[in-house]
Design a protein around this ligand. Structure first.
Ligand code: NG1
Ligand code: ZN
Length: 522
C-alpha cells in the first residue's frame, strides 16, 4: 500500500501558501505534484515523467506546475482531472484516502520504479514549490532528477530524450548541451547566405534570457543575437511591460526597446518560460508592425509545402495547419488557399492532438505558442527517399534538418525563432516582405465579467453558442451588419470571464462590433 505515514508527515510540511496565486496547468497542490508524478511514472512502468514549475506569461507573483508525459507531451487529460479532484481535498486524511482510492481505481502497481525530472523558471516562489515537489517524490519513493532553472521547452526535450535514449527514436542527448547542440547544428546546416542581420530578443526578464545567452554561444558567429530585458533577479520585472503576452495583448513595442530598435530592424519577444514567441519589426517610417503566431504559421507552413513539392513528395506527404478561432481571418484565408486548415478549441493540447493527424502538422496559437509535428511515417519516408534530381536531394535534406531544428514536443520560442530565421533567409525576406504575406484584419478582444460564465456553451470549435438560447442569433444578425464581420463568444478556461472577439475590415468597426456583442452578453 501507500507509505501513508511518510506522505502525511511530508504533506503537512507544505501547507497551501496564501501568498502564491496558482494559475497555470494542473495547479493548486504542492506535495501532491511529486506523488502524482511518481504514480504516473509507476503506471507507465518507470518511464520518466516531467514536472515544470512555472506560471508562463503570467505575473511574477503567480506560480503553478505542469506535468509532462514520457514523449514530452502534456499530461493525459484524464489524469489532469484526477489531479484536480485530489487537490481539492480539505485535510491530509481526506487527501490520503482520495489517493488510496485513486491508486486502486487506476490499478497502479506501487512496486514499480518511478522516475521524475523537474525544473523551474526564475520566479522567486519556485524554490519552495520545488522543495515540496521533492518531498512528494521522496514520500512515494520516486527517483528525482533536478534539471535546475530552465525553460519549459527544454524540460519537455529532456523528458523525451531520457525516455528514448538508446532506441531507434533517440531524440538527442539528455542534457541542455544536447538540446543546444541539436538545434544549432541543424540551424548551421540550414543556413543560407548572407548570414541574417542581428536579431533583437526581448527575454521578458525571465529564464529565456539564460537560454538565449547559451544559444548565442552555440551559434557563434553564424547568427548574432542582441539580448534585452534580461534582468532575471530584479523584483517584479518578469513579464512586466515586456514579453510575448504584453506585445500580443497591447499590440505595442515594449517601451524598454523603443530606443534600441532601429527602422527596418526585426525583433522578437519570449514569454516568462520561453514557450511563446512574438515577432515584430519597425518599418522604414519607424512604424511598429507585429508578426504574431498566425504570421509565423503562414510563413512556416508555406515554406514546408514548397519544400515537400520541390522534393517530389507532395503526393505522399500531406501538410496541414491547425488554428483556433482567435486566428486572424486573413491568416486563415492565406493558409486555406495553400493547404488544409483545421480549427479546434482553445488550448495547446487540442492543437497538438489535431496536428498529429497530419503527415506534417503545423500549429500555432495567435499568441505565439506553436510548433510543427512530423509523423513517424513521414520521418521514415524522408529517411528512405531516393531523390532523382539534385534539387530534390537538397529539398529532402532541408526537410530532414527541419525535423532536427524544430522542438516537436511543445511550442519552443528559441527553436521557433531559429525556424523563422531559416525561412526568412531562404526566402530572402525581411520583416516587410514577411509582413506583406497578408494584411491582418483589424480585431478586438474584450473580457466581460458575468454572473456565471458556465451558462455559456459552445460548439463548432467554440465559434458558436448553443446556450444561452437565442444569443447566437442576435450575434449573427449584428455580425451581418459589418463588412468582413466575424465575432464569437466563449467562456475563458483560465479566468472567470467571458471573452468576446470581433473582426471587421475597418478598425473602428471591429471595436464597435466587439462592444455591441459584449453588450448582448452582459
Ligand atoms: P482562455 O483563458 O481559455 O481564453 C488563454 C488563452 C489561450 C491559451 C490559454 C492557456 C487567449 C484568448 N486565450 O485561454 O490562447 O494560451 O490561456 O494559457 O489568448
Ligand atoms: Zn509560456
Amino acid at each position: 500500500g501507500l507509505p501513508v505515514a511518510s506522505i502525511k508527515e511530508l504533506s503537512e510540511k507544505h501547507p497551501k501558501p496564501s501568498d502564491i496565486k496558482f494559475t497555470y496547468g494542473t495547479a493548486g497542490f504542492r506535495t501532491l505534484v511529486g506523488i502524482l508524478a511518481g504514480l504516473r511514472s509507476k503506471k507507465l512502468d518507470g518511464k520518466t515523467i516531467g514536472v515544470m514549475v512555472t506560471a508562463s506569461h503570467n505575473p511574477e507573483q503567480d506560480n503553478g506546475v505542469k506535468l509532462v508525459d514520457p514523449r514530452g507531451e502534456m499530461l493525459e487529460s484524464s489524469w489532469e482531472s484526477h489531479a484536480t479532484t485530489l487537490s481539492n481535498a480539505s485535510s491530509t486524511d481526506e487527501f490520503i484516502s482520495a489517493l488510496e482510492a485513486f491508486v486502486r481505481d487506476a490499478k497502479i502497481d506501487l512496486s514499480k520504479p518511478a522516475r521524475v525530472v523537474y525544473a523551474m523558471d526564475t520566479r522567486p516562489s519556485g524554490p519552495a514549490l520545488v522543495s515540496a515537489l521533492e518531498d512528494g517524490l521522496r514520500a512515494i519513493g520516486a527517483d528525482g532528477r533536478n534539471a535546475g532553472v530552465t525553460t519549459t521547452p527544454i524540460l519537455h526535450y529532456l523528458v523525451r530524450a531520457i525516455n528514448t535514449k538508446g532506441t531507434a527514436e533517440a531524440y538527442g542527448d539528455d542534457s541542455e548541451d544536447g538540446y543546444y547542440t541539436k538545434l544549432t547544428n541543424a540551424f548551421k546546416k540550414l543556413s543560407a547566405k548572407p548570414t541574417p542581420s542581428p536579431l533583437l530578443i526581448d527575454c521578458a526578464n525571465g529564464v529565456g534570457a539564460n537560454a538565449a545567452k547559451k544559444l548565442a554561444e552555440y551559434l557563434g558567429d553564424t547568427f548574432s543575437l542582441v539580448l534585452e530585458n534580461t534582468s532575471i533577479t530584479a523584483p517584479g520585472a518578469l513579464n512586466n511591460a515586456c514579453g510575448a503576452d504584453f506585445v500580443k495583448t497591447t499590440q505595442k513595442l515594449p517601451s524598454s526597446l523603443s530606443n534600441i530598435i532601429k527602422p527596418g530592424q526585426r525583433g522578437c519577444s519570449l514569454d516568462g518560460d520561453a514557450d511563446r514567441l512574438m515577432y515584430f519589426h519597425l518599418d522604414d517610417r519607424g512604424q511598429f508592425r507585429m508578426l504574431d503566431g498566425d504570421k509565423i504559421a503562414a510563413l512556416v507552413a508555406a515554406f514546408i509545402v514548397e519544400l515537400v513539392k520541390a522534393a517530389g513528395l507532395d503526393e505522399s506527404i500531406k501538410v496541414g495547419v491547425v488554428q483556433t478561432a482567435y486566428a486572424n481571418g486573413a491568416s486563415t484565408k492565406y493558409l486555406a488557399e495553400r493547404l488544409p486548415v483545421k480549427c479546434v478549441s482553445t488550448g495547446v493540447k487540442h492543437l497538438h492532438h489535431a496536428a498529429e493527424h497530419y503527415d506534417v502538422g503545423v500549429y500555432f496559437e495567435a499568441n505565439g505558442h506553436g510548433t510543427v509535428l512530423f509523423s513517424p511515417d513521414t520521418l521514415a519516408k524522408l529517411a528512405d527517399y531516393q531523390p532523382s534530381t539534385p534539387a530534390q536531394s537538397t529539398a529532402v535534406e532541408h526537410l530532414v534538418n527541419l525535423t532536427q531544428l524544430i522542438n516537436q514536443t511543445v511550442g519552443d520560442a528559441l527553436s521557433d525563432m531559429l525556424l523563422v530565421e531559416v525561412v526568412l533567409a531562404h526566402k530572402a525576406y525581411g520583416g516587410l516582405e514577411w509582413d506583406s504575406l497578408y494584411v491582418d484584419l483589424p480585431n478586438r478582444l474584450v473580457k466581460v465579467v458575468v454572473a456565471d460564465r458556465h451558462i455559456f456553451k459552445t460548439v463548432d470549435a467554440e465559434r458558436r453558442l448553443t446556450s444561452p438560447v437565442g444569443l447566437q442569433d442576435k450575434i449573427d444578425s449584428l455580425v451581418g451588419k459589418y463588412e468582413g464581420g466575424r465575432s464569437f463568444v466563449r467562456p475563458s478556461g483560465t479566468e472567470d470571464v467571458v471573452r468576446v472577439y470581433a473582426e471587421a475590415v475597418v478598425k473602428s468597426q471591429a471595436d464597435e462590433l466587439a462592444f455591441r456583442v459584449a453588450g448582448l452578453v452582459y
